[in-house]
Design a protein around this ligand. Structure first.
Ligand code: NAG
Ligand code: NAG
Ligand code: NAG
Ligand code: NAG
Ligand code: NAG
Length: 539
């Protein structure tokens, strides 16, 4: 298939013409002037064209007004490209240069295009879609006359009635979801995307898909086709694949299992038998306990780089005093599991900074994992009994990249010897007086089949001292950890012998704060890289 770059190159070369000059010595300095004139660019891009194509524009001024509706091919190879499938593959270029071959004359030619009645800013259509014509009429009616439909009011020009074909195409779009919106300067390009969707939808590729996928594949937003034209299908695949499948021609990707296959070469954070050894190493090498096996010089240097305080480790529960020698599912269940705390894991300044980040990124009432959506991802629901507030420290808002969160992610990574990429975004929690968290387990079953894999460990960090209450309670283990500023609590959600399997003993709850407010950070470590698939909507 001819790729876009090649197509553009071909067009570029074959349209090169001798430079023209007029009697005053003004010259065209771009080889595509004649093409641009045909496309009406002398009006759309007056300033640019005056500079680069003054002669062609002068000569062509008589024909620009109706040239966009000419039903002709502008390149001798149009027919060949059509055979190669380029009308579908590159609709925006092809519909410009090969209207005849692509058979798009009728559908997109009769667009209201009075020369005065234009949008003066490329963002007009977007603003109009956001209701700006009404909110900000002074500016919008003048500068976005086309998108706001104010040609008549502002310029006294009666817009031509929109052609029936355009309406038919938009009517059709309702068959595949929300009716598509095509307005403003990008009307034609957007309509071309709708037309391409129709051809895709009626073509072999879509026909070959199972009916349940087709049933789920819908444009869920009126601007899907416009966004697709802007290249969002590639730039923002996580959203577009699930919300604009017909516009992006990606119905085959609507199912998360197809879209996000298991990554065969992904390195697991834990192997059978490595959990016990990891905890033993962490206890053995705690720098504040001055044990002889404390940090080696290399680790010491790298920890000091991160400003890591010489924390101490306290063991609340462990399978056995002896180092683990065998991997045994029965022993795993009969022996107590690991629960340890780190004191002085974060400095006071780090704790205060995290609390502040929670305000910056806005504490909100807790949400739970909600019902599975059509595409296989899970929504969230406002927790009825959830009684804390939380703020996500994610990359989307820029929080995760801030100095303190990224430093803490890295510190945890070095303590566990599991990459920071495996760590979910921190969740910063705020419990007011009387507020607690209901009993829950951190393991989320459906993630077992996701690229990130299940949560395997929880790093819970206390950011404040609490006057009374606020402890973390493991009812089945009879363990309560009291909050203390800078303290971190670490427990596994899975078994040593089978790190994909949920260890049901780790239900936990936050006890009500009786005096003062409590702040804490949830850190969840996943089996595989969490960050990369998150960006693709694959978790
Ligand atoms: C002006 O337009 C005519 C007819 O459209 C064309 O034959 C001629 O080459 C054009 N001249 C320039 C300088 O573009
Ligand atoms: C543009 O349209 C007018 C009126 O329909 C017609 O007379 C003229 O020949 C057209 N110009 C070109 C270049 O097709
Ligand atoms: C369109 O509007 C934006 C925002 O006001 C501005 O930055 C941009 O330069 C404008 N573009 C043109 C072509 O005027
Ligand atoms: C490490 O030191 C702390 C504080 O002195 C103590 O509470 C803890 O039990 C020690 N941990 C171990 C594993 O000895
Ligand atoms: C907290 O709980 C206690 C006992 O249930 C109640 O008396 C008190 O009014 C509550 N305080 C607030 C602020 O809700």
């Amino acid at each position: 298939m001819v790729k876009l770059g090649l197509l553009v190159t071909l067009l570029f070369l074959s349209f090169s013409v001798a430079q023209e000059c007029d009697s005053n010595g003004n010259c065209d300095t771009h080889e595509r002037c004649s093409v641009w004139v045909d496309e009406g660019e002398c009006i759309r891009n007056q300033d640019y064209m005056k500079k680069y194509c003054p002669v062609a524009c002068k000569n062509g001024s008589s024909k620009t007004a109706n040239s966009t509706s000419d039903c002709k091919d502008l390149h001798p190879r149009c027919r060949i490209w059509r055979e190669l499938g380029e009308c579908l593959e590159n609709p925006s270029d092809m519909n410009r240069y090969c209207k005849k071959s692509c058979d798009t004359c009728k559908e997109i030619s009769d667009v209201d295009e009075s020369s005065l009645c234009l949008d003066k800013n490329e963002t007009c259509a977007f603003w109009a879609s956001k209701g700006e014509c009404i909110a900000n009429p002074g500016f919008m009616e003048m500068n976005c006359a086309k998108s706001c439909n104010t040609c008549e009011k502002v310029y006294g020009i009666k817009p031509r009635k929109l052609a029936g074909k355009k309406e038919q195409l938009l009517d059709w779009s309702e068959e595949v979801g929300v009716r598509q919106s095509a307005v403003g300067t990008e009307t034609e390009s957007t309509l071309a995307r709708v037309l391409a969707s129709k051809k895709y939808w009626e073509g072999e590729a879509a026909e070959a898909l199972p009916s349940d996928l087709i049933a789920k594949c819908r444009n869920l937003h009126g601007l899907c086709s416009f966004w697709a034209y802007l290249g969002e299908c590639d730039k923002n695949p996580a959203y577009m694949a699930t919300n604009c499948g017909p516009a992006c021609h990606t119905c085959h990707l609507i199912d998360i299992k197809t879209r996000c296959p298991r990554l065969e070469d992904a390195r697991p954070g834990l192997q059978p038998g490595s959990l016990n050894k990891m905890f033993e190493r962490i206890v053995r090498t705690a720098p504040g306990n001055n044990t002889e096996n404390s940090w080696t010089n290399d680790i010491k240097r790298s920890m000091e780089e991160l400003g890591t305080p010489p924390y101490t480790v306290t063991v609340h529960s462990r399978p056995s005093e002896e180092p683990a020698t065998q991997v045994d599912p029965d022993l795993d269940k009969s022996l107590p599991p690991w629960v340890i705390t780190f004191d002085n894991f974060m400095t006071e300044e780090e704790c205060d900074a995290m609390i502040q980040l929670g305000y910056k990124y806005k504490y909100k009432v807790s949400e739970d994992v909600g019902a599975e959506k059509a595409d296989g991802t899970f929504g969230s629901i406002q927790s009825k009994r959830g009684t804390s507030e939380k703020a996500w420290c994610s990359s989307r808002g820029g929080c995760r990249e801030e100095e303190i969160p990224s430093r803490i992610h890295e510190r945890i990574a070095r303590v566990l010897d599991i990459p920071a990429q495996n760590s979910e975004d921190f969740q910063i929690l705020r419990y007011e007086k009387n507020l607690s968290y209901r009993t829950l387990h951190d393991y989320i079953p459906h993630q077992k089949d996701r690229q990130c894999g299940p949560r395997i460990l929880t790093f819970f960090m206390y950011l404040s001292d609490v006057e009374k209450g606020g402890g973390t309670n493991f009812p089945q283990l009879d363990i309560i950890v009291e909050p203390k500023k800078g303290r971190a609590l670490l427990w596994p959600s899975v078994y040593d012998s089978d790190p994909f399997r949920s260890d049901s003993r780790f239900y936990h709850q936050a006890q009500a704060v009786e005096e003062g407010a409590n702040y804490a950070v949830y850190g969840w470590i996943h089996m595989y890289d969490y960050v990369t698939p998150q960006a693709k909507g694959c978790n």
